[in-house]
Write a protein of this length. Structure first.
Length: 147
């Protein structure tokens, strides 16, 4: 299932306000994979001078959410229901590459594996995000009133 939407106008740009705030740039996106880059800036560091773990969690969820949105169709909403992130290596400078890959798609639940690497292709973090596709309200069955 490939998205019929031409997303080329978003490539090289932050996909949303949060991603703009941290400086994440989308480099590739389709219904089964997403890639982005993030330049490490002083604002992304914690008190000991290394990238804050929340940055890794955030870009992992952002890339998985972009892919899930394309997979579900942009007329539908997807929401994250779990985000598990592992921190593998501390860094304080450079450009990070974030790669998200769809690993499971069943009944409106999407599972994405995400890897973050540094400029030398070393893994610095990895994660897994599960997302749920929400059906539009008009398609949701309402319970029958009890008598």
């Amino acid at each position: 299932m490939e998205a019929s939407l031409d997303i080329s106008r978003f490539l090289g740009e932050p996909p949303g306000p949060f991603e703009r705030l941290i400086g994440m740039r989308l480099t590739h996106a389709d219904t089964s994979s997403v890639e982005a880059e993030l330049t490490v800036t002083p604002e992304l560091l914690q008190g000991h001078g290394i990238v804050h773990g929340g940055v890794y969690c955030s870009v992992i969820e952002s890339t998985a959410s972009i892919g899930a949105s394309l997979r579900a169709g942009l007329d539908r909403q997807v929401v994250g229901i779990s985000n598990r992130t592992q921190f593998l290596r501390a860094i304080s400078t450079g450009t990070l590459t974030i790669r998200a890959t769809l690993t499971d798609d069943e009944d409106g639940r999407y599972l994405w594996d995400v890897t973050i690497t540094d400029e030398t292709a070393r893994k610095v973090a990895m994660g897994q995000v599960q997302l749920l596709r929400l059906d539009p309200p008009s398609q949701t069955r309402r319970p029958e009133p009890r008598s």
